[in-house]
Design a protein around this ligand. Structure first.
Ligand code: NAD
Length: 484
């Protein structure tokens, strides 16, 4: 099942922060893979821009090393890497100084699509926007790509939106959430809106509840300073999990195009219920035999920041009133997995009697580690032992379906960067969406801050604090097991 590749128009892409971790691990390998796939034309230029003291040859060596380390060997021929590196340039500049900007303006082709990827810390976004404008690079076919975090709360997000709006039109701003670029996330829309099977059942009449889990095994080492200011609520819930919730809950847009899709997502966020204090469980991971605990990792014995959060919310609209949404995310959990489970109601009456058991269909959309979709259906247990029912999965793992080609399916960054060049904003967050998400998030955070509430401790390698299980047990439900 080969993927179809449509080349994009020639472009100049400047990666501010081109020597940073994100550029090295994600952006540059993604560009290389698209180059190998023939989607990036040979005339495109990729320009790393950063404070670091590189010359062009040094930066090309940096890019080559990143590719060799992070791209599957099957794609790493010497010729391909050399051809790609030929298109790579470097310019030394500081977002807060004027040196280097004139040179950048001169090497950017004003007649082409120009994209500027802000892969630097958010405090520099405004400086970059301002300098791009001052040096004549903000108009026409210019797009800016803004990394997360987009604001720390509603006020800072509004301020950032206003700052960017000063020099750029909303159609030029691409707020990236890489979860939206995942194959399965888009498939979620295909499943819902290209099949007759699910949509008639996609409402509170048939869906008992929905649970979304994003579990990580890693701690916060390496990002301690940022993370301790953010916590799981700001780092994951306000953006990634909110976006997943929107896609699962939104009404069918009239067309698969940016305005229509983003309008529907916004309506979901606006209809989200406030979260009561008893519907939130926050946790902090403890040390384990071989790893240090959260408080040590952040170097702050008094930190009250959560590395785990579970909460229950609802959506007050005709489709979803009465269906709870349970969301949880955390670090140092039992396994690395992200999934959305749509748990359907039991059949209204069992003709097989109590002994056969009651079973519910569950549609599970797995985002990582192995993207795929599974539908749990109930069948008769094979054999002559009477009518007993068991659940079996109808399983579609992308890796299995696509075979060796699975490695070549574009990852989230590849897809999203190509969308930027194509000018397609469907999978990027609009300013009002981000603000609405903070409007929901801020009061939740304020609740525990006002009370000075400490998160509960949980064992590293566990499913999170015990109380998180209670959040569902008390409703007669249970979380799905966290497993890879
Ligand atoms: P990093 O610290 O590894 O790299 C920062 C880059 O910015 C470096 O290239 C550095 O030279 C450059 N830089 C710093 N100050 C500068 C200045 N004054 N002028 C010009 N360049 C300057 O950071 P990172 O991990 O690559 O993260 C970059 C952005 O991406 C941040 O906003 C981060 O929140 C976001 N992000 C990162 C990840 C990740 O996995 N690393 C994931 C999601 C979002």
């Amino acid at each position: 099942m080969a993927t179809r590749v449509i080349p994009v128009d020639p472009f100049d892409l400047v990666v501010f922060g081109g020597t940073g971790d994100l550029a090295r691990r994600k952006i540059l390998p993604a560009l290389y893979r698209r180059f190998c796939a023939g989607q990036i034309p040979k005339e495109a230029n990729i320009i790393g821009a950063a404070r670091s003291d590189f010359d062009e040859a040094g930066y090309r060596a940096f890019v080559r090393d990143a590719i060799t380390e992070l791209v599957p060997a099957i794609l790493c021929t010497g010729d391909a890497i050399a051809a790609f590196c030929n298109r790579v340039h470097f310019i030394q500049l500081d977002a807060r100084e004027d040196d280097g900007w004139e040179t950048l303006a001169q090497i950017i082709n004003p007649d082409r699509i120009r994209a500027f990827y802000f892969s630097v810390r958010p405090e520099l976004f405004a400086d970059l926007a301002e300098r791009l404008y001052r040096h004549g690079m903000a108009s026409g076919e210019t797009r800016i790509v803004v990394e997360k975090p987009f604001g720390h709360d509603l006020a800072s997000a509004c301020e950032l939106n206003a700052t960017l709006a000063h020099h750029f039109d909303e159609t030029q701003i691409y707020r990236i959430d890489h979860y939206l670029g995942k194959e399965t996330v888009q498939n979620l829309m295909a499943i819902r809106f290209a099949n007759m099977l699910f949509e008639p059942l996609w409402n509170s009449q048939y869906v008992d509840h929905i649970q979304i889990t994003v579990a990580e095994t890693v701690g916060i080492a390496g990002r301690a300073e940022y993370y301790d200011r953010a916590g799981a609520m700001r780092d994951m819930m306000q953006n990634h999990m909110m976006q997943l919730l929107c896609l699962i809950a939104m009404e069918p847009p009239a067309k698969f195009e940016p305005g229509a899709v983003r309008d529907e997502k916004l309506k979901v966020i606006r209809a989200l219920d406030d979260v009561a204090p008893e519907d939130i469980v926050r946790g902090q991971y403890d040390a384990s035999s071989d790893k240090l605990g959260y408080l040590h990792d952040v170097g702050n014995a008094n930190s009250t920041t959560e590395s785990f959060i579970a909460l229950k919310t609802g959506i007050s609209n005709w489709r979803w009133a009465g269906t709870p949404f349970y969301l949880r995310t955390g670090k140092r959990l039992k396994a690395r997995t992200s999934e959305i489970a749509v748990v359907f109601k039991d059949a209204p009456h069992s003709i097989f009697g109590a002994d056969a058991g009651r079973h519910a269909n569950i549609l599970t959309i797995v985002l990582q580690p192995n993207e795929g979709i599974e539908l749990g259906v109930t069948i008769k247990e094979p054999g002559p032992g009477g009518m007993r029912l068991i659940d079996v999965p109808l399983d579609m793992s992308f890796a299995e379906t696509l075979g060796p080609e699975a490695e070549l399916v574009p990852d989230a960054y590849e897809r999203l960067i190509m969308d930027v060049i194509r000018g397609n904003q469907t999978l990027f967050m609009r300013g009002d969406e981000v603000e609405a998400a903070w409007r929901w998030t801020d009061p939740i955070i304020a609740q525990w801050q006002e009370k000075g509430e400490k998160p509960l401790r949980y064992e590293s390698g566990s499913p999170g604090p015990e109380d998180a299980l209670g959040l569902m047990y008390r409703d007669g439900r249970h979380w799905r097991e966290i497993r890879e």
